[in-house]
Design a protein around this ligand. Structure first.
Ligand code: BES
Ligand code: MN
Ligand code: MN
Length: 462
């Protein structure tokens, strides 16, 4: 790639300014109050794709938020890369825990990012990482070095389950035909240890409701004599793990693949410091399923976590009350072969079966999706690895991630193509949390590495 470094050097301030402008728009897909901002973000992406040299850029309407699509087909005989990303972001709350407002991006240095990092909601997940692809495209088209065909597909509902994208993909198989799907929406081990994400976990997300008496009661007059839904709910939730932190739902582990001793030994070679891990989170000790390491617990093993729980009196001071209802949101991270709809059903049946007759239970499934494993004996993996070697000076380490991008398994089903996950974020970038940020080093390294993937993937496909 000719002049890549100098191009980035020359344009890096503009690259940063453009990302800052994008980050100012609060494109929170979960909250309808931000509808216009989400739509406006789609327009901004459309213009950016046009400027980057895409032809046929369109805002594709769906039942929900639109998909921004753009392509550049230089020769139908050459391979086609489909780039996927998302322009929506997570809600920013709790706002009071941000050191600077989430939609007023600022650049600050940190211990891990001595060259500076952009602080804003969506900086890393996924506006910053998605925009690297737009700028890499700009470089390749404006210097006449685009080696293959490209299609961009940027959605606005990833953080709420990608329902409209599934709708869109099922209706546009031909238009979206490709040789490989390229995504930057994951992380890497450290700025000097690049890695390629080779696995994503699946997800089943449910909401539960426990109802006891038909109204809130005086906790003195009725306490002890009727079921307290909050007591019952917490007791039921506590029973979902045993003393070894195994999940107790019958059948839950039936399809979980067991890695061989060799595979686990291979995994354990990835650089990881438990001390640094604990220090970064301010915890004395880690916690999890007996018999597995921290890295295994958050990648190859399924989990069950309460994400939110509420009910009863939560105002100031004390109110003596037995609430009529209690609620919780629960996520289960799944591993390949566990089908999310089956697991949702297992959860529902089990949860209903362990409830005492004194309450009624309602389980409402939210969204879900299957996990994914990227094969590493492919041209795409080799091309990505070669690209990292070129720009980082060392090869990439394959690593399974604990996060989920449920649409990836649907891509494989509907488009019959594999995905390569070239993530440039760090776990410490605080995605979904207050003070989310993305390193300037990571942003620019991403822009530099992506064109090499195009180059090597095209060369190796011959
Ligand atoms: N980009 C993340 C997923 C991710 C982050 C995977 C880091 C691997 C490493 C994505 O935006 C996300 O947040 N996904 C959700 C699932 C979705 C259905 C809401 C998740 O993992 O919680
Ligand atoms: Mn994301
Ligand atoms: Mn996310």
């Amino acid at each position: 790639m000719k002049n890549l470094k100098s191009y980035i050097d020359q344009h890096k301030n503009r690259f940063l300014d453009e990302l800052v402008e994008l980050l100012k728009i609060p494109s929170i897909s979960a909250d309808v109050a931000y509808k216009n901002d989400v739509l406006k973000t789609a327009d901004v992406i459309k213009i950016a794709l046009e400027k980057a040299g895409c032809d046929k850029v369109e805002i594709c309407e769906t039942p929900g938020y639109p998909i921004v699509y753009g392509e550049k087909i230089i020769n139908p005989k050459l391979p086609t890369i489909l780039v996927y990303g998302h322009y929506d972001v997570q809600p920013a709350d709790p706002l009071e825990l941000w050191d600077s407002p989430p939609f007023e991006p600022i650049i600050k240095t940190t211990e891990i990012h001595p060259e500076g990092a952009i602080f804003a909601r969506g900086a890393c997940d996924d506006k910053g990482q998605m925009y690297m692809h737009v700028k890499a495209m700009e470089f390749m088209t404006s210097t006449n070095q685009l080696p293959c065909n490209v299609k961009f597909m940027i959605e606005g509902e990833e953080e709420v389950g990608s329902e409209s994208l599934s709708w869109y993909v099922k209706r546009n198989q031909e238009k979206l035909a490709n040789d490989i799907i390229l995504i930057s929406d994951t992380g890497m081990i450290a700025n000097d240890i690049p890695s390629i994400t080779t696995g994503l976990r699946g997800l089943s997300y449910v909401e539960v409701e426990v109802t006891g008496p038909n109204r809130d009661l005086h906790s003195g007059l009725y306490g002890g004599a009727v079921a307290n839904p909050i007591n019952i709910l917490t007791k039921m939730i506590a029973s979902l793990h045993d003393d070894n932190n195994h999940i107790t739902i019958p059948g839950f582990y039936d399809n979980v693949e067991n890695l061989s001793t060799d595979e686990r030994a291979e995994m354990a070679k990835a650089p990881f410091s438990l001390d640094n891990y604990k220090k970064a989170l301010d915890i004395e000790e880690v916690y999890g399923e007996k018999g597995y390491t921290t890295n295994e617990r958050n990648s190859i093993r399924p989990t069950l976590d309460v994400n939110g729980i509420w009910g009863g009196y939560m105002g100031e001071g004390a109110k003596t009350v037995i609430a009529s209802q209690a609620f919780a949101k629960i996520s289960m991270r799944l591993v390949p072969n566990q089908k999310w709809e089956d697991i949702t059903e297992l959860f529902k049946n089990h949860f209903e079966s362990i409830a005492p007759k004194s309450v009624t239970i309602k389980v409402t499934p939210h969204h879900g999706g299957e996990g994914y494993v990227t094969p590493i004996d492919t041209i795409a993996y080799q091309a990505a690895n070669k690209a990292y070697t070129e720009t980082f000076g060392v090869p990439a380490i394959p690593q399974r991630s604990g996060g989920s991008i449920p649409i990836v398994s649907l891509f494989e089903e509907e488009l019959k193509s594999k995905t390569i996950l070239m993530g440039f974020g760090l776990n410490s970038d605080a995605i979904h949390s207050p003070n989310e940020h993305f390193g300037i080093f990571n942003y620019l390294k991403g822009i530099e590495t992506i064109p090499y993937f195009y180059k090597y993937f095209t060369e190796m496909s011959k």
